[in-house]
Design a protein around this ligand. Structure first.
Ligand code: SAH
Length: 222
């Protein structure tokens, strides 16, 4: 705790932090703060009748908020330890019993037979160093490969949402989405519609939320 610069923000990350929340080293700089994850869950249309995949669930910041607003949540992470933390933290928050857990590389995750309305993506930003970039290239920093993430996501649902650094190169992102969703874009001009929300948390995390797909009704031309 003494060497953890994020510890002062613990109740901002989880208001119930002292009720038994579990986090690991990576979680301290990558968890979505509660107020932000609540906001994200609240703006997704028709959530109570919908299902959502939290493809990179980490210690559960987003999944906890989704659980309270969605019919069903699919929470996935590459590591068993993270799923353990998400399970524990969902219990701390008294989440309904509607979270289904997967431990898998998202790129090979098999969700056959499941009906998924939304995919939420908070992939690793490449460590805290992302802040030093003037323009943040997803292709350079995001692990695993952003193109593969987008390609995979669009196969699961046409409604995707990404939680990304505020300095993200949106044109690069638009081009990647265009590449993998060309067939469904009616317009012949290579313009796609992204809804970009700048999140202004009290924490040092400076993020944007990018939504793409027919279920999101407010769109800005990019
Ligand atoms: N939104 C989460 C934090 C996500 S951090 C929260 O609020 O807690 C990114 C997560 O992606 C990490 O937990 C990491 O283990 C996971 N991850 C990294 N590579 C992955 C992959 N290929 N497939 C699935 N999860 C992966």
């Amino acid at each position: 705790q003494k060497n953890n610069p994020y510890y002062v923000q613990r109740f901002y990350f989880f208001s119930l932090y002292d009720k038994g929340i579990q986090m690991d080293k990576e979680s301290w700089y990558s968890v979505t703060p509660e107020e932000i994850s609540e906001y994200i869950a609240s703006i997704i249309p028709n959530s109570y009748n919908s299902t959502i995949l939290d493809a990179f669930c980490g210690c559960g910041g987003n999944s906890i908020s989704f659980s309270k607003k969605f019919k069903r949540v699919f929470a996935n992470d590459l590591y068993e330890e993270k799923i353990g933390m998400t399970k524990n933290n969902a219990k701390v928050y008294n989440c309904p019993d509607n979270i289904i857990y997967f431990i898998n590389d998202f790129l090979t995750l098999n969700l056959e037979g499941e009906n998924i309305d939304y995919v939420f993506l908070s992939p690793p930003w490449g460590g805290p160093e992302y802040k030093n970039e003037e323009i943040y290239s997803l292709k350079k920093w995001i692990i695993p490969d952003i193109e593969k993430i987008i390609e995979k996501s669009l196969k699961i649902s046409k409604n995707i949402m990404l939680y990304l650094p505020r300095n993200t190169d949106l044109e690069e992102l638009a081009n990647i989405i265009y590449k993998y969703d060309k067939n469904d874009i009616e317009s012949l001009s290579n313009t796609i519609l992204l809804d970009v929300k700048y999140l202004n948390p009290a924490s040092k995390v400076k993020a944007i939320l990018v939504s793409y797909g027919p279920k999101y009704n407010t769109v800005k031309v990019k």
